[in-house]
Design a protein around this ligand. Structure first.
Ligand code: AMP
Length: 260
């Protein structure tokens, strides 16, 4: 992949052979970020905002599984069919399926525009596979941002969340309602409630998070990559908080690493 190309989100959703869109600007200092946090903490919204500010691509494994679920059944591989069923229940998709899919688009991780991973990795096994690939290829992670939010707030956010069918913009029925009833402000698409945002799935997802994903906080802390961010504020404020923390981290690293 050359610096003239951007492994944008739509190419990632269309599969390994989809070409990337041309970059509108050069990304001289690409950011390679992982966003961590419980379901509903706002990782998708932050990934979108960070993508606009940093120009790194927003890659969401959840979006890939949702896009696959809209394909005709005959176009879904047996592994993908099984993955969609896990997703509907709110359970994690098996590591082998997730890793196969990420590896198919490994060129997105090599892109000179950088990346923002949202929803991946979600288990220690996935994080180890990713570390292995990144270190073999000599691709350094810039940071791992962990969004923190109390549990009651998370449940309220998830149950009120509505998502645009077309552009994936996220709204909340109380905190961030769309101007038109059930219609996206950005593209006019229809808003819907994700199947896995229903109460029975929320419980399963929170358990999966506690059991499988929360241990990643310690994993990345040990690697010196963790940047904790309080996720209680407006999306723009949280994004600004994230950018400030990333700049501070980057400045501190330059000061402590002579010659970098
Ligand atoms: P998200 O949009 O990130 O909340 O993901 C929606 C659903 O897709 C999750 O509840 C899982 O069923 C599945 N999923 C997405 N990413 C992963 C992953 N890295 N590992 C396992 N399952 C995943």
């Amino acid at each position: 992949m050359t610096s003239k190309h951007n492994n944008d989100r739509s190419a990632w959703l269309q599969g390994p052979s989809a070409p990337c869109l041309p970059l509108s600007t050069e990304n001289a200092h690409p950011w390679r970020l992982i966003l961590l946090g419980a379901p509903g903490v706002g990782k998708g919204t932050q990934a979108d905002l960070l993508h606009q500010r940093l120009k790194s691509c927003h890659l969401s494994t959840g979006d890939v599984f949702r896009a696959a679920s809209t394909h005709a059944e005959c176009d879904q591989s047996p592994a993908m069919k099984a993955a969609i069923e896990f997703m509907r229940r709110g359970a994690l998709v098996p590591d082998t399926t997730v890793w196969e899919m990420v590896r198919e688009r490994a060129q997105c991780l090599r892109c000179r525009g950088g990346f923002i991973l949202d929803g991946f990795p979600r288990t220690v096994a996935q994080a180890e596979s990713l570390q292995g690939l990144l270190s073999t290829e000599g691709i350094p992670l810039s940071a791992v941002v962990n969004y923190e939010l109390p549990l009651e707030e998370i449940v309220a956010r998830l149950s009120g969340r509505r998502t645009c069918k077309c552009c994936k913009t996220v709204y909340h029925v109380v905190h961030q309602p769309a101007k038109g009833q059930g219609v996206c402000d950005r593209c006019g698409g229809q808003l819907f409630q994700r199947e896995d945002d229903r109460p029975e799935s929320i419980t399963v997802r929170m358990e999966a998070y506690e059991r499988s994903t929360a241990p990643l906080i310690e994993f990345y802390k040990k690697l010196g990559l963790l940047v904790p961010i309080a996720a209680v504020a407006s999306p723009d404020q949280i994004c600004q908080r994230t950018l400030t923390a990333l700049e501070e981290r980057s400045a501190a690293r330059v000061l402590t690493t002579p010659g970098e």
